[in-house]
Design a protein around this ligand. Sequence first.
Ligand SMILES: [Zn+2]
Length: 173
Amino acid sequence: MKEILISVRCLHCGHVSYVKSEQLISATLEPEIREAILKNTYFQGTCSCCGQPYAYFHPFLYVDQAHDFVIYGAIDETHSDRGKWEQYASRYAHSVIVTSPPALREQILILEDQLDPKKIRHLKTLLQKKKTQYHRFSYEGKEADCYWFSAEDENGVKTQLGIPICRERKKDL
Ligand SMILES: [Zn+2]
């Protein structure tokens, strides 16, 4: 059974909605799910009782055959379904665990660009030290010889910050 039914309690009115979701997501076979994750619309719904938006998350396995990676979705790092998928997932070169939809989106972007998640985490730490007015750094892509990150200031306004690829390679990696 690939499809599962998730119960989500609305934080505004307490109404419980039942949402169909996926235990196994294939980037190749379900490109529309990948798109929705990247647009931040997957793992979200609207309460049928009060109309407020809700979000949910549950254990799953995201598989990208073309880029040779898997991503485990987990409620927290110690409660993943890793054991259940281990044999299947071990065929892939890279695997990471994520515990939120934004982290899933970011890891897809990093691994599709064939970058090392540890190196990107290191770059984010460096950015955080230099740009103390921002928080919530998130990898967005590789373009014009830069790695691009989105960051938020204290008012929640998002900015794009670029790190030149050559310079950071020489100095930081
Ligand atoms: Zn509601």
